[in-house]
Write a protein that binds this ligand. Sequence first.
Ligand code: ATP
Length: 234
Amino acid sequence: MLAVDEVTTKYGALTALHAVSLHVNEGELVALVGPNGAGKTTLLSTVVGLLRPTGGTVRFDGRTINGLDPAALVAAGLALVPERRRIFKDLSVAENLRLAGVTAKAPDRKQRMEQMAELFPALHEKWDLSAGFLSGGQAQQLAVARALMCDPKLLLLDEPCLGLAPTMVDVIFDLLQRLRSQGRTVLVVEQQAQRVLGIADRGYVLRTGTVVAEGAGPELASRADLFETYVGGS
Ligand code: ATP
């Protein structure tokens, strides 16, 4: 579904991605891990058109998408939940979701709202509450739910557990597993490398802008050498 082929992305003189290749097949949960500054966010930003690669190609659903603007990519079925979650704090939870699904036809929007209520029971309890009153974990769930309101073909998540309390981290991991079992296609960047690889179909380890390992998630998670050398932490 997504094919990143030899992509190079630069910030001025700094090359953040050096000919990176990775792919995500339909229905897969793919984890992208690596130390701070490895280029994980840069990769996601390149895929969703926020950054233009200076080399290589990004293909989505068989179509080359380099250089398309982010709005066109959302329409094509890509949705990014960025590291700093984007929600409207002054709007209620339900209003946040309705707004995120504004381009959908009314019956589809209604059906997706029902799906979100089922997928995120903790949010459903707070449907009419201002989103500003949500906990960090609930706000993250709302950010993911907003992305799902567009019914994306591919969901990209950038560090969904960042700054969350351990119990909320468990909730997000549970959510990732449920998305996987629903057959959603997800590319997730996560600091808790071994844990996310443990539940991923496949994974990639990125270091200083280069893919240094790839393979089945649990297999990568079991490679202690990789984590001592490249990723660090749990
Ligand atoms: P983290 O886990 O800390 O978010 P990351 O793996 O997502 O790290 P990136 O944020 O993609 O890494 O950064 C890759 C490299 O590009 C780093 O050297 C970083 O300093 C640099 N970089 C990132 N954003 C910019 C920017 N806007 N301008 C210049 N350099 C940048």
